[in-house]
Design a protein around this ligand. Sequence first.
Ligand SMILES: Cc1ncc(COP(=O)(O)O)c(C=O)c1O
Length: 377
Amino acid sequence: MKKIEFFKHNIGDEEIERLNKVLRSLFITTGDEVATFEQDLAEYLDLSHTVGVTSGTAAMHLALLAAGIGSGDEVITTPLTFIGTANSILMAGATPVLADVEKSTGNINPEAVENAVTSHTKAILPVHLYGQMCDMEKIRKIADKHDLAIIEDAAHSLEGKWNGKNSGHWGDYACFSFYATKNITSGEGGAISVKSEEKYELLKKLRLHGFDKTAADRYTGYFKQYDVDILGWKYNMDNIHAAILIEQLKKIDVMYTRRSEIYTKYHDAFSKIEGIELHTIRPEARHAFHLITILVDPEIRDGALTELQNRGIGVSINFHPLHLMTYYREKYGYKHGMFPISEEIGARTISLPFYPELKNEEIEYITECVKDIVRGS
Ligand SMILES: Cc1ncc(COP(=O)(O)O)c(C=O)c1O
């Protein structure tokens, strides 16, 4: 039986050729390729600045620090996300405060956000789940009312828009991931978009130990002394990852067109099937089509995961809500029932293969298998 992988990257000859050039050059750490990727990404997002880092988690950690968030501060986020979202808040020394999600989209519910605001709240960290942006008008209003920063977790929504504006326009910062399964990838990687000039300069220091010069700055021409006046981290993107990302970004529109075709095929196959639900796409959203997830009866979900794998289909769960992870339960005393909608989605969701290389016959095979399993045959 042929396996249909859960995810396949599409790094091709263009990426490999560019990577080869970098590997044969002097500078393989942060240098010109990183600067080029940062500019290309900013242009794609229609923003002035992005900062390349080593992961989406590092991007959120640094954005929180740049926003001045630390010990004693609270940051509101969703339980229905990858653990890195909440971990980044802990890494910044602050406390994650969870607000439940909307049933129809899985995105953080603005009403729950408003109810979670206290005198310690300093920021909102909305996650644009699966590629659909959160209701950013409502979230922006709450942030303005309480004077909070917005740091968008845009790991899923590079191509996403809300009312015509992409990630980074609604928030003060947007954080992207180029992890192996993301819509563009270099294996690992991340970036922060930032609106403020001052915070842009700060982020470049924060990503590299607080140095006032990069390695390229220091070694180009005569050796230059450097100074360190703040504590920074070691999160700088290197030219190796940037080379791959420059070429990946050139293909983004072509890959997006194929992703949206695949989404339509899944949608058409499942939309009228009893026992299978899909999240709603709101009219304000341009979905980035990062993940395709279906919702089934929680009684059959785990069996369906096994059966799909028995039939050669790679699957995943996005996400098991983070408040039910042992570390968070023990640290904050979270229990079942505290965020019921996230828990319901977490117990019912199945993620299916979703990448441009997926063939139409494979999609048909997957959808037929899912329908069979849900009907109990
Ligand atoms: C929603 C979400 N946020 C953040 C991240 C973290 O990104 P990274 O793995 O690059 O740290 C991921 C996944 O990788 C994610 O799915």
